[in-house]
Ligand binder design. Structure first.
Ligand SMILES: Cc1ncc(C[n+]2csc(CCOP(=O)(O)OP(=O)(O)O)c2C)c(N)n1
Length: 326
């Protein structure tokens, strides 16, 4: 565990622990909703990767921006969205963040600076550049974090956007969630070379962290955010992580692209929630009872949020063309 005094604050770690537990519990419930046929559309679970979203968003202000991916529930919750309205959105209900029209892959929440999940791999890189350019032109010190997977390293838009961000010194932090697979393809079969060499070639400072250790992610995110906020331009954070579940909720049999042993080992040894919990107990910042209390509170919040969403009305069919752009 880091001994940096600036970030060795028990309350903050417990808050981050709670956020990770909230994301995990939310998504376990999403899996239930999907497999019991209650949820329309598809869902890509973030289980296993929670430390990346939570460590990064903890370094942000509410008025900072994020852009997200198809695996976006964790980003959304970590930036401050409420579970009841998120469940409602996933179920296509009126009180959802996009009045039920966005679903899992298109939740946006401008109030918390979330410019939206995005089903187009790499698609949000242009949006993040735009948000950062806008902040710069308006003379604010907001920053934009652009989350994307290793699969997006093969998308041209990412490089066009990073090039302009580097030239114009835009306050964007690129957070690559390297979970080793793009759908069913190992990353090494899809992108060549070292992921950090690419932003480095554009003069963008890079960092590489253990994405299962929220303390490392947070410390690195703080550095990048501070530099971007002070006009130092973009940064790139490579986070090594792993999705514990399938590419999407229906990806049950995964043995043809990754082994059961590999999955088991990550779940046993590299669970970000357990790692933080153990660290907090070892450092006497929390005891097991405190962590259990957090989990109980989160489970109650999830149950209440789900009940709210299940009982909520669907939007009026007459509104089908409202808030829709083409
Ligand atoms: C432009 C584009 N190409 C292909 C797809 C199909 N697709 C959806 S998710 C995905 C894999 C993305 O992998 P990665 O970016 O590493 O994110 P991860 O799913 O691992 O979080 C692909 C190829 C898409 N949605 N958009």
């Amino acid at each position: 565990m880091t001994t940096d005094p600036v970030i060795a604050m028990p309350d903050q770690w417990l808050q981050m622990y709670g956020q990770m537990v909230r994301i995990r519990a939310f998504e376990e419930q999403v899996n239930e909703l999907y497999t019991s046929g209650k949820m329309p559309g598809l869902a890509h679970l973030y289980i296993g990767e929670e430390a990346v979203a939570v460590g990064t968003c903890q370094a942000l202000r509410r008025d900072d921006y994020i852009t997200s991916t198809h695996r976006g529930h964790g980003h959304c919750l970590a930036k401050g969205a409420a579970v009841d309205r998120m469940f409602a959105e996933l179920l296509g209900k009126e009180p959802g963040y996009c009045h039920g029209k966005g679903g899992s892959m298109h939740i946006a929440d401008p109030e918390t600076g979330n410019l939206g999940a995005n089903a187009i791999v790499g698609g949000s890189t242009g949006i993040a550049a735009g948000a950062a350019l806008s902040a710069k032109l308006r003379g604010t010190d907001q920053v934009a974090v652009c989350f994307f997977g290793d699969g997006a390293l093969g998308q041209g838009l990412l490089y066009e956007a990073m090039n302009m961000a580097a030239l114009w010194k835009l306050p964007v932090i690129y957070v690559c969630e390297h979970n080793r697979y793009g759908e069913y393809t190992p990353a090494g079969e899809a992108s060549a070379g070292d992921p950090q060499a690419r932003p480095a070639a554009l003069g963008i400072p890079t960092d590489e962290v253990d994405g299962q250790d929220v303390r490392e992610v947070y410390a690195a995110a703080l550095r990048h955010v501070a530099r971007a906020r002070q006009g130092g331009g973009p940064g790139f954070l490579l986070c090594h992580t792993y999705r514990f579940r399938g590419h999407h909720v229906g990806d049950i049999n995964r043995s043809y692209y990754r082994s059961h042993n590999e999955e088991e080992q990550w779940a046993r040894e590299r669970d970000p929630i357990r790692l933080l919990g153990l660290g907090l107990i070892q450092q006497r910042m929390a005891d097991a009872a405190a962590l259990e209390r957090i989990e109980r509170d989160v489970r109650a919040e999830i149950a209440a949020g789900l009940e709210f969403a299940l009982a909520a009305p669907y939007p009026d069919p007459g509104e089908v063309t409202h808030h829709v752009y083409a």
